[in-house]
Every structure is written in structure tokens, then in C-alpha cells.
Design a protein around this ligand. Structure first.
Ligand code: APR
Ligand code: ZN
Length: 247
């Protein structure tokens, strides 16, 4: 593994356009459980609460689970060394942009600037009829389901539910990133969810080298990954930063 990390550090150091592509795994060491795998959220909660039609038909039930999963402790999670490592590599001019499937805002809090949020962000709620938006922390989530101040319709988190389209801007920016990248640093994702999983695949088709960080194999590992670093994200990121040795 030492040799592989050294090669990966070299590739990153000499790359022209590195794109970080992250999933729930990068936030596990910040205390946010992943969706799948051991202790995954979907083994304790039914993902239908994030199905748009179910949400509209059962707003109270869905919001009760959504609050528990995404709001009760999200505010307490802090960026870990993996988020900070990506922000550091952006600062050093190595990582040019970050595409994240996560909605936890931890890349922003770690200091990354160019972030494409493929699934939106949990920090604001949006009205399902007049599209008014509210910072999530301003809404009293002890009164569920939350309603719009101006038209009293149902509010929903402004992240993507199953059955919802990907935010146009994030989608286009991610496709462009996949076309421009010469290296994709894929961190903490099963690669099971479409259409997000097609972004690293597109990057590979366009000739990018794929460096993957994940303690477990993913759908990418034996298909598009060129260098597989099989450890927790914060451990690998710290080792990569030391080896790249940016002054
Ligand atoms: N460091 C790196 N990777 C980790 C760590 C860690 N410390 N801990 C777990 N992982 C890996 C797991 O091995 C797994 O491959 O993170 C991945 C988490 O997988 P998922 O929970 O499926 O997360 P993700 O791939 O981001 O899911 C994609 O599914 O439910 C939707 O919208 C949701 O954005 C999410 C999408
Ligand atoms: Zn409204």
C-alpha cells in the first residue's frame, strides 16, 4: 500500500486538473453515518421517506425521520482531516473543484471554495408551492411538518429526493469537470447511485486517472479505479498531504 500511496501522491502533485468526487464515506469520521453498509442509515430507516411522492402523501411521518437523520445531529458534525485535506489541496492549486453527493455542508466548513453539490444541501428548506427558501436553522423543527410563512404550504429540505432531478447547474458543472479532469480523486462512495455514479465513469472515458479512497471495495474499484487506497479517508488524505509535501 505504501508504494501505491507514493504513486498516487506523485500523480496528484503533477496533475493539471484534479477533481475530488466525494460520497457519504468522507463524512463518516465526522460522526455522520453512511447510507449503505454497516450501520448504514438505510438499514435503520426506510429510504421511502426521501421518495418525493411518499413525502407529499405522508409529510409528518417523512419529516419526523428526515429531522432525525439530517437535522438532529448534522449541525454538530465538524469537517474531518479528509475534508480539510481536500480544501488544503485546493488552496495549494492541486484540487481545482470538488463534486460532492453529500448535503452536510462539511466541504464548505472545511474551506473548499469550488464545490458542486450534486444532491443539493440540507442547510435550507424550500416551499413546495411558492419556492420561498428559509435557512434550516431558522425553522422550528419541533413543529412538524414545517410550513411556509407566506403561503402556509409544506416546506421540504432543499436537497434532492429520490425521483427529483439533479440541480441543473451542479449537473452541468460536474459533467464539465469530468471532461476537463486528468485526475479524479474518488472518496467514500459506493458508486451505486445514478446519475451521480456516471460522473467518475465519464471522467475515466475522457482519459482521467481514477484514484479511489475507500476502506471497502465499491462499484468503481474493479471497473474504473486505477489506484485503490483501501483505508479510511482521513488516514489516506493525511499521508497524501505529507507525501505531496507542499511548502
Ligand atoms: N472513509 C472513506 N470511505 C468510507 C469510510 C471512511 N472512513 N467509511 C465508509 N466509507 C465508504 C463505504 O465503504 C461506502 O462505500 O463510504 C461509502 C458510503 O456509501 P453510501 O452510504 O452508499 O454513500 P454514497 O455512495 O455517497 O451514496 C450516494 O445515495 O442515498 C443516496 O443521496 C444519497 O448521496 C447519497 C447517495
Ligand atoms: Zn410558500
Amino acid at each position: 500500500m505504501k508504494e501505491r500511496i507514493r504513486i498516487a501522491a506523485n500523480i496528484l502533485k503533477n496533475a493539471k486538473h484534479v477533481v475530488a468526487f466525494t460520497g457519504a464515506g468522507i463524512s463518516v469520521e465526522s460522526g455522520i453515518p453512511p447510507f449503505r453498509g454497516i450501520d448504514g442509515l438505510w438499514s435503520n430507516h426506510d429510504p421511502q421517506v426521501l421518495d418525493l411522492s411518499y413525502f407529499y402523501a405522508n409529510p409528518l411521518e417523512s419529516w419526523t425521520v428526515i429531522k432525525e437523520i439530517f437535522y438532529d445531529f448534522f449541525g454538530k458534525a465538524k469537517p474531518n482531516d479528509a475534508h480539510k485535506g481536500i480544501a488544503f489541496l485546493e488552496e495549494a492549486g492541486i484540487v481545482k473543484e470538488t463534486i460532492t453527493q453529500n448535503i452536510d455542508n462539511l466541504h464548505q466548513e472545511a474551506g473548499s471554495k469550488i464545490i458542486h453539490e450534486f444532491h443539493g444541501n440540507s442547510q435550507q428548506l424550500i416551499c413546495t408551492s411558492c419556492s420561498a427558501t428559509y435557512p434550516a436553522f431558522e425553522i422550528n423543527l419541533n413543529k412538524l411538518p414545517p410550513l411556509c410563512d407566506s403561503c402556509h404550504s409544506l416546506l421540504k429540505p432543499d436537497f434532492i429526493f429520490f425521483g427529483e432531478g439533479i440541480p441543473q447547474e451542479a449537473y452541468e458543472a460536474s459533467v464539465k469537470a469530468a471532461q476537463n479532469a486528468d485526475v479524479f480523486l474518488v472518496v467514500g462512495t459506493t458508486g451505486e447511485v445514478t446519475p451521480s455514479c456516471h460522473i467518475p465513469i465519464l471522467a475515466k472515458e475522457k482519459g482521467a486517472k481514477i484514484i479511489e479512497i475507500n476502506p471497502e471495495e465499491s462499484k468503481f474499484t474493479n471497473s474504473i479505479t486505477d489506484i485503490y487506497l483501501q483505508k479510511k479517508a482521513s488516514i489516506i488524505m493525511n499521508q497524501l498531504i505529507n507525501l505531496i509535501n507542499i511548502k
